[in-house]
Design a protein around this ligand. Structure first.
Ligand SMILES: Cc1ncc(COP(=O)(O)O)c(C=O)c1O
Length: 566
């Protein structure tokens, strides 16, 4: 008997199926084989171990023993339990590298045990194999002989070599695009949206060209492959965020959509007249307007945590703002205008002390690859893919499991239900409950190569490089008379440099820079209350990223100086 509790080996199965002739005999065999799978204790029949993409409930539970991985598993469908038995016999007790070398499809073909399966069952089998292989990949790269938690085994590790900052530009095709005059663009509008490496563009292209189909529904192999790729991306994000379960990762169209989802679903359920919502003066409109709308709907009040003259939050006044009426604090981890990195954990702790929930807008944190809901103890964390090398139209809502489970669905439609009758509907489990309709499938899949690229460059390297460029820019701009940089000292911010020059409209600067092939942003950057706080209407903003160069900073500084001399 192996550690999976199975008595049969792969060779036994080979021998036994050799005599089976008809599909009916094979079905009967699978059902009989399924009965040999030992019972899986209920503590393992959870979302953590469930294989997404199977029509029936299937659980696979890995444990690491030295370099070997043992599996237990089960299903609520008798025939699927037979398939689980074959997978356990094939994989359990072997080394991760052997898993990856094992030609599982050929093996099933040889057994002739799957040719009669319905497309839905085939999809499920494919999902099980994908799950096992993902676990094997995680384990083979874990470098951690003492890994004992099954969850850790499913972790997402990047094995590809690190990418040195000075060699990454060639990976971004757009960065070599030139104006008709032959000048290359200096793209310094990264806080609005980053550019994408070829790996992300190629991934989207590959999916559309080779296996695109709608996910979670159709019963064919293409759908299974696309569903598995989407779920792999979800797993990757889950692991990157150190979340406990991929069911806490909800794909949305972006930060704005994620915030609106929480405001509608959680906010409409929990807020009442007299309750308070605390926002900071440095929020993006995306983290203001949905709460103002919620306040209008419910009669709740909004209170504001101010920004000090040194461009940091006025933390000292927080205790006097929070009180037993505070139900929610929504704040950005990094300001999209000032670049200020906020002390999220201490604000979360203070909010939790009065019983409030906290939503963290991480839209400007993800470009640096450093986001940890657990370290922040945030109740929700939201971000967009397009600011972290990923596609547009895709974002994430992370939430604490028990909070997400308590939230009613926001959008209704296909994909978000367990069942529908004329009398009503039963919502699906997480995360699908919040993913109504056909979402940005290919965009979600391409989040994985985006994340991979980000991790290969490394969050420390990204931040240090951005700061080096921001410092160079600020020093260069300092020769402009009266120029005021909006933002704290370099060590407490990211590579965002916003500024105003007395008597010169930011538009003039933006126009001149555009003509000089330098792309920056001018305006209020969707942060009007922040501009109002500093007595200005608009500002100019250059935002640097790891693929920018000192030469681009110098071009920006020179063009800005000329624009101010006009
Ligand atoms: C801090 C912050 N929050 C929210 C958003 C909105 O993101 P999206 O437009 O991707 O929904 C942005 C975008 O600039 C941002 O910088």
């Amino acid at each position: 008997m192996n550690q999976a509790g199975l008595r049969v080996t792969i060779d036994d199965i080979r021998e036994e199926v050799a005599d089976l002739e008809t599909p009916e005999e094979r079905i009967a065999y699978l059902i009989e084989l399924g009965q040999t799978v030992p019972d899986l204790p209920t503590q393992y029949r959870t979302e953590d171990y469930r294989v997404v993409g199977c029509q029936s409930m299937v659980w696979l539970v890995p444990t690491l023993d030295g370099s070997k991985i043992h599996f237990r598993g089960s299903s609520d469908a008798p025939m699927v339990r037979g398939l689980v038995a074959i997978l356990l016999a094939a994989y359990s007790g072997h080394k991760a590298d052997d898993f990856l070398a094992f030609r599982v499809n050929e093996f099933f073909d040889e057994l002739k045990l799957t040719s009669f399966l319905t497309p839905m069952r085939s999809n499920g089998l494919h999902s099980m194999v994908q799950r096992i292989q993902a676990i094997a990949r995680g384990a083979s790269l874990a470098n951690a002989p003492d890994v004992t938690s099954p969850k850790q085994l499913t972790g997402y590790r990047v094995t590809l070599p690190a990418i040195p900052i000075d060699s990454c530009r060639d990976d971004f095709p757009i960065l070599s695009e030139k104006l008709p005059c032959g000048k290359p663009w200096a793209y310094l509008d990264n806080a609005a949206s980053s550019q994408r490496p070829s790996s992300v563009i190629d991934c989207m292209n590959r999916v559309y060209r080779t296996h695109y189909a709608n996910v979670h529904r159709s019963g064919h192999q293409l759908a299974a492959q696309t569903t598995a790729a989407m779920e792999e991306a979800r797993e990757a994000i889950c692991s990157w965020l150190h979340a406990d379960s991929s069911s806490q990762i909800i794909f949305t169209p972006g930060t704005t959509a994620s915030i609106n989802l929480v405001a509608r679903s959680w906010g409409d359920t929990h807020l009442k007249p007299g309750d308070e919502i605390v926002l900071t003066e440095m929020e993006h409109h995306s983290n203001i307007v949905p709460w103002q709308q919620l306040a209008q709907r419910t009669g709740a009040q909004i209170r504001w945590l101010g920004v000090r003259d040194d461009f940091h939050l006025d933390i000292e006044s927080l205790e006097s703002i929070l009180n037993s009426r505070t139900k929610l604090v929504a704040l950005t981890a990094v300001s999209n205008v000032l670049g200020t990195i906020n002390p999220v954990r201490s604000i979360v702790d203070a909010a939790h002390r009065v019983g409030a929930k906290v939503l963290v807008d991480a839209a400007q944190s993800v470009p640096h690859g450093k986001v940890s809901p657990a370290e922040w103890d945030a109740d929700w964390v939201v971000f967009s893919g397009h600011k972290m090398l990923g596609p547009t139209g895709i974002g994430v809502l992370y939430g604490k499991q028990e909070i997400l489970e308590s939230m009613p669905p926001f959008l209704g439609g296909g994909n978000m239900i367990k069942s529908v009758t004329k009398a009503g509907f039963v919502p699906a489990d997480l995360p699908h409950r919040f993913e109504a309709g056909t979402g940005p499938i290919v965009e979600a899949i391409a989040m994985k190569p985006a994340l991979e690229y980000l991790m290969r460059v490394g969050s420390e390297a990204i931040l240090q490089h951005e700061r080096r460029l921001a410092k160079r820019a600020i020093e260069g701009l300092s020769s402009i008379r009266g120029l005021r940089v909006l933002g704290p000292s370099i060590e407490s911010k990211t590579g965002i440099v916003s500024f105003v020059v007395p008597g010169i409209h930011s538009d003039q600067i933006g126009q001149y820079l555009n003509a000089s092939a330098v792309a920056i942003r001018v305006g209020h950057h969707c942060a009007m209350p922040l501009h109002e706080r500093f007595g200005i209407g608009v500002s100019a903003r250059a935002s640097f990223y790891f693929y920018n160069t000192e030469a681009e900073v110098d071009a920006f500084v020179a063009a800005t100086i000329r624009a101010c001399e006009l």
